[in-house]
Write a protein that binds this ligand. Sequence first.
Ligand code: BGC
Ligand code: NOJ
Length: 814
Amino acid sequence: MKFGYFDDLNREYVITQPDTPLPWINYLGCEAYFGIISNTAGGYSFYRDARLRRLTRYRYNNVPLDCGGRYIYLRDDESKQFWSPSWQPTRTEVKDYSCRHGMGYSVIGSVSNGIAAHTRYFVPMGENLEIWQLTVTNHRAAKASISAFANIEFCLWDAQDDGTNFQRNFNTGEVEVEDGVIYHKTEYRERRNHFAYFACSRPTAGFDTQRESFLGRNRGWDKPAAVEAGQLTNSIAHGWSPIGAHQVKLELEPGETQQIVFVLGYHENSVDQKFDPAGSQIINKSTVKPVIAKYLDAVEADAAFERLRLYWESLLGIFQVNTPDIHTNRMVNIWNAYQCMATFNMSRSASFFESGIGRGLGFRDSNQDLLGFVHMVPTRARERILDLASTQLPTGGAYHQYQPLTKRGNNDIGGGFNDDPHWLIVGVSAYLKETGDWSILDEPVPYDNEPGSEKPLYDHLQRSFAYTLSRLGPHGLPLIGRADWNDCLNLNCFSDTPGQSFQTTTNKEGNVAESVFIAGLFVLSGQEIAAIAKHRGLESEATGYLAEVAKMEEAVNQYGWDGEWFLRAYDDFGAKIGSKECDEGKIFIESNGFCTLAGIGLEDGKAAKALAAVGTHLATKHGIVLQQPAYSKYYLNLGEISSYPPGYKENAGIFCHVNPWVMIGETRLGHGDQAHDYYSRINPSAREEIGDLHRCEPYVYAQMIAGKDAPTFGEAKNSWLTGTAAWNYYAIVQWILGIRTALDGLQIAPVIPKNWPGFTATRTFRGVVYKIAIERRGEGSHIALTVDGAPIEGNVVLPPTDGRKLVTVKGILS
Ligand code: BGC
Ligand code: NOJ
């Protein structure tokens, strides 16, 4: 069952019924000011950091779901009926409901009582504000008198504090209202020099800033007393719960359309110019007023929207493909790239499944996110790399997370996830391959943000690699530390206390438990750093890395091979995990995916065997599960992985993030059909028809689909913020379509399904547009390339040396 449809031409997903199985969300903003918006206008906004600078309040886990938002109410001032064009929060029946989620904007609306109303929500480029353009049309034969109400509830900035510290917070709330603009200034009197504002383009018939005045006592958002009465009360909040509500009266002739623009924004003043007049407690509004005035103008708002549209057109234009598979095209050309922007911006902080409070930006996560993002805005990727590396510890280890506002490593979670440092090498390598900007390696970057500790970024990569060399276990495999990629394989934790964090509890020495996954990652990152060293002329250093890689491969072959697949790990007792000898958890996806992706066992048949075993034991029609058999009970020596009921999350769920590793492994074996088949099983667009089972948005990947051991097999959870976005993008674009960035040029090595006659693509790479056409003439993956008509050796197209900006590449597959 479907709940909408793809409008590929407009790059939108159109939701046609408001009661989707879960709120289906979109993100507003792609730079510093962000919002989450659901298909019924729920969600919240923040500046840079979803925890520390939250503008509007949201109630997680409430009923009905998705409570708090950018709500519009319309009231027929004659019949006194009122409703929400976005369905929530009144949930009054509406006609012709639609929500168009597009690239950085959403348009939500419907028709009710002969009145059509749609609101377009977006964040203009370069601004810290969001625009709501409400368009109301009278489809009645008679004149209509309508009151339009727009409402938000302010959050008292730190979302964690806002949701818990009521004894203080009920006393701190402060607002100002001037010229029809509502300013939220809680704590501005003391240490904050920022405030929020909510403005309206039309003269208002009233406002409210105190929640209780607007809602009335004991009422919810579905039935605000002031809306019901048809008159806001001009309340001024002193403490309690500041809100922003505007009322505009519209007189609409038959057929007439009118527009109101609302602007919700964030503004900072310099510390010495906070107040006007100086010495007063009144916000100095001189720098914000021009911004507000500008965007309340519908012409300016339209122009800002057009700029946003063009921005996305140019970002998505960097890579476009036309294959015989519509789901591939749609995800690669539109939604997967778009999701990569969201994961780049949010890491794993703010979504419908991530509260924005608990997690900052992950070191591992943000490095991997670069794989799907770096081609779009390399300058921001560069900045991110330097920020991440600045939190790295002198040991080469890493804080697992950092807070985006402060850019400091998060001490609460700490470090000791022994895979973390290698992802920096992977991320930097992706950046170098995309941009050819070698200067980044010479950037001075501190350790642990400590002034004076700056070393060139390259030094950080060296320490990342060395980190593992001084942390090898009894079999010469990397010690796992707190966990590796699998945050839930906590082999040094042994937690028997309820509520204790698996992420931070370590009560074993950690000198025994080893990870075959990190071994695979080490082999990959070793190859990458060796190539980088070689490029810098450091031949012997490169040779040294490759020697370590060879040793690690040897260790994997000797101690990490189980006969038919790669082992997953050794636990604290030195016992095998992910072996045929185990009762449960005999085979895991991560080590098999990553070792083959990294090229281990390609020559001696191990890779082929391992992936065949993955196909036999782990692949299902909804994707590849993480391990089998699922753990049926809690194992003290394994940690969080066995805390999940079978089939969910890391305990044999279809963890979509790791499926692409197998896809890439399959391409390395030349198995295009198998790779694309796996790709299609978790492709959300290809799952659109089973929306009632899948339940999450059909336009973005979810982190997890319940595995075959779960009663809800096939149901997705944790949509949007997941490494799945970057990895699937990377797998399909760089390995299946095979248009792959390399240090010296653009490699073209497709491994596509046998029944594809070929495909065409356009790729802008280092300032040059490559028009690529692949034609299949045989069943294999051997490619013969011509560049601007001339055949070339090998499969790497070198950047033109004669200033050409357009290059035509033809590839014949046989
Ligand atoms: C989840 C992991 C996640 C971790 C982060 C665990 O509960 O299962 O997917 O990485 O929490 O803290
Ligand atoms: C989600 C986390 O964000 C990621 O870092 C981790 O690798 C996976 N869960 C698997 O545990």
